[in-house]
Design a protein around this ligand. Structure first.
Ligand SMILES: Nc1ncnc2c1ncn2[C@@H]1O[C@H](COP(=O)(O)OP(=O)(O)OP(=O)(O)O)[C@@H](O)[C@H]1O
Length: 416
């Protein structure tokens, strides 16, 4: 019998691949931000006047990008660096980063700003207007400038009353102040959230837009390497190059992944934990694969189901995955999938199945959870079924499909 206490103690004291786990924490701000140099330059150009000609105008910039593209970390890094540069030049600049999802109302946001400015507020309940006035008076009195980032601003827009949005983005412009002390960075995942706003509000937000595109596999490779080498998250030589490449390929936008750096870092961290559980001194590609299927549990179920499929089901899945890759869209009309399936089948020297048979395959693939279907919107010509895969097209998925197709073809050629 294993002594449980010994087991726990030995595991705590046992070998580890990690050196500094805090460098893998989502809140950690690394010294370098690989592949975000251009965006930092664009931010600097936008806010240059704040340093060179402070107070001349209230500057507003929008950062837009999908989840995990470094919007938060870049805004924080930029804000803090700019603050340091301003202070060196004798300009009192504060940087405050508010997450609109955490500070869910205008009032809570204003409280958070006051707290960051170390501005004591009276105990009696203040209205948002009164709180804003206190903040604004404080900036004037102390001769301060404030760069305010409103992160997850989409959330504020979709949940707040229009008066609050109006108040937040217009009120300052409407105050007749000679020195403009308040400047904004709005962070959103999609610009479309802003396009629905009233023009009188939109004009106060959309002055300048900086795009954060999803990371490619080689971008993610550099980001992971930076955490490993410069941020010293792991012991020297504790991560194999193949493991880093595997994780980068799984998540790289050019390889069908989502281009999300958070997911890539989480996968690497989990691979490290798996290596520690196995007392392995190095994180191998096997650890990375295990970590990936834990982070992406539907992937392992799908992998098992795919292994049992007949050839033409596999060809259909291959057709959908190649459409995803070629066109970068999520859903495809049934006719387009059928056309691509015919091409895939012919290239492999296989006679494509008829339309009714394909229809039946699609129905069964849906029942097995291997594809998603929905009906086209009324705007499209005729109502048609749209088809998608339930998971991102990764190199792993493509290799699996190709491998299984090859096996089926070899088997059928041997038996004929
Ligand atoms: N260029 C980069 N270099 C180093 N680390 C990065 C980079 N981009 C993102 N990261 C890291 O990836 C994780 C996610 O980044 P971040 O939170 O900034 O993304 P986001 O775009 O704000 O995502 P969301 O929209 O989900 O809030 C963080 O741990 C961050 O430090």
């Amino acid at each position: 019998m294993v002594d449980i206490k010994d087991l726990i103690e030995n595991t705590i004291e046992g070998s580890t691949v990690f050196n500094n786990t805090s460098a893998l924490n989502p809140e950690h701000i690394p010294a370098n931000l690989p592949h975000r140099e251009n965006q930092i330059k664009e931010l600097t150009v936008s806010f240059k006047d704040l340093i060179i000609n402070p107070g001349s105008t209230s500057i507003r910039t929008v950062i837009v990008g999908r989840t995990g593209t470094g919007k938060t970390v870049t805004a924080k890094k930029f804000g803090n660096e700019l603050k340091g540069i301003a202070n060196q030049k004798g300009l009192k600049l504060y940087y405050v980063h508010v997450n609109c999802h955490r500070q869910r109302t205008l009032y809570l946001m204003l409280m958070e700003i006051a707290q960051n400015l170390r501005l004591p507020l009276p105990n009696r309940g203040l209205s948002s207007q009164e709180t804003f006035k206190l903040i604004y008076d404080y900036l004037e009195r102390k001769n301060l400038h404030l760069l305010l980032t409103l992160d997850e601003f989409d959330y504020f827009i979709s949940t707040s009353p229009i008066e609050d949005i109006y108040f937040l983005v217009r009120i300052y412009d409407e105050l007749n102040v000679s020195v403009k002390r308040l400047h904004y960075i709005f962070i959103v995942r999609e610009l479309s959230t802003l396009s629905g706003l009233d023009k009188s509000i939109k004009d106060h937000i959309i002055k300048n837009i900086i795009e954060f595109s999803p990371y490619t596999s080689s971008d993610l490779y550099d980001i992971l390497q930076d955490r490993i080498i410069n941020e010293k998250a792991f012991k020297p030589n504790a991560v194999s190059d193949e493991a880093i490449k595997f994780i980068s390929d799984i998540h790289g936008a050019d390889k069908g992944g989502s281009g999300n750096a958070r997911l890539a870092i989480e996968t690497l961290e989990l691979a490290g934990k798996i290596a520690d559980t196995e007392n392995a001194p190095i994180i191998t590609v096997e650890h990375a694969k295990k970590a990936n299927s834990k982070i992406n549990p539907e992937m392992s179920v799908i992998t098992d189901t795919i292994k049992d499929l007949d050839l033409h089901y596999l060809l259909l899945l291959k057709a959908i995955s190649s459409l995803h890759k070629k066109q970068g869209e999520d859903f495809f009309p049934m006719g387009r999938v059928e056309e691509e399936y015919r091409t895939v089948a012919s290239l492999l020297g296989e006679e494509p199945r008829r339309h009714t048979q394909i229809f039946e395959y699609i129905r069964r693939l849906k029942l097995m959870g291997l594809i998603l279907t929905r009906h086209s919107s009324k705007g499209m010509r005729g109502r048609t079924t749209l088809i998608s895969l339930p998971i991102p097209v990764s190199t792993e998925l493509e290799e699996l499909l190709d491998g299984e197709i090859k096996r089926r073809l070899q088997k059928s050629r041997l038996s004929s």
